[in-house]
Design a protein around this ligand. Sequence first.
Ligand SMILES: Nc1ncnc2c1ncn2[C@@H]1O[C@H](COP(=O)(O)OP(=O)(O)OP(=O)(O)O)[C@@H](O)[C@H]1O
Ligand SMILES: [Mg+2]
Length: 404
Amino acid sequence: MRIAIVTRNPRSYSVRRLREASRQRGHEARVLDTLKFSIMIEHQKPGLYYRHRRLPHIDAVIPRIGASVTFFGLALVQQFEQMGVYTINPALAIARSRDKLRAMQVLSKYDIGLPATAFVRDRDEILPAINRLGGPPVIIKVLEGTQGIGVILAETAQTAEAIIQTLQLARQNVLIQKFVKESGGRDLRAFVVGDKVVAAMRRMATPGEFRSNLHRGATSEAVQLDAVYETTAIRATQILGLRMAGVDMLESNDGPRVLEVNSSPGLEGIEKATQVDIAGAIIEDIQQQVLVPEVDLRQRLRLTGGFGIAEFAVHNMPQLMNKALRETDLTQRNIHVMSITRKSAVIPNPKGDEVVREGDVLLCYGELRELRGLMPPKEARPEEASGQAFSDVFDEDRDDVAGK
Ligand SMILES: Nc1ncnc2c1ncn2[C@@H]1O[C@H](COP(=O)(O)OP(=O)(O)OP(=O)(O)O)[C@@H](O)[C@H]1O
Ligand SMILES: [Mg+2]
């Protein structure tokens, strides 16, 4: 294969290792400077130039897009995708994970432990938000911070409010987060490649410090993760649409709390701490993926009008309940069940004799008309049934709502 490593840091440890691992496996690897590309958009001919020359055929790209070149870097990765070049992490997924708030929003819908977090603008919302997080102490985080800079522990609500207001004055976006005290200045970094954790380490802060960033002098050691931590790291990576990621987690009393999913994780700290050949694992995964690349189903389906994918929980559906798939309505309607999620287990590509149970979540492909035909009709909800009346929450006459 011809592999391009796209980076602004050709001499970094990570790049050196990726290049070495490619060569050891008989591939041709080139380190290319992110900013020396030109993107050409032409009718049905997406192209790229590198240092004034048209880019020759490449099989795979490993993008290492630093925060300083995010915009151009993402456009470049997108262009590789348009040209049909395999990229280990796609542009959309890198963008989503880079925005920490957006990433947490996406993950929060799933069974992934996260530290409870609030994002507010109005100063009147700060104290109520702190209370909803369980009260002080809380962590305040500048969204654009890295290496532990911009992560502050506020002991009281008043201090927290003052810090947040000061940061907002300086036009910083800040998150308020529950302080996971029991993590005790330690966090875990799981390095995910494909659907595996290939290496993991625990980082421990220096005494008196709660931030376990290596840049803040923390030390690290290899760890074997518990199953729930492994699953969380892999699922978080997959949900965001990444194939390679460094997932940072706190160890709370209630299990993993994901802090961040990094799409360009460094290799040096973790390879040295664990002695695992992570670069090799990355190249071997690329080898596999290039053979049968994953497709973006949603984009493909947009072009096949009338067909689509639907996901629904089995509830009040007598035509499905307790029947084997092949005996259900689904077969009649020519609907293909791609997976069944049962509690937290997933049954991929279930066979005809799989029995559907109450609460199963079915992911189906078929004609949209048929998929809609499966659903019980949605009834209008009386106000009392939803617990709280609309008018209790939104009172249009309250003057504090006006003009905001
Ligand atoms: N809610 C929390 N409770 C306890 N400790 C925390 C919490 N959030 C962060 N920390 C500690 O602070 C460290 C730094 O936080 P975080 O990783 O969110 O920011 P960062 O390292 O500056 O950003 P990035 O990881 O993007 O470089 C973490 O590694 C962890 O040790
Ligand atoms: Mg961090």
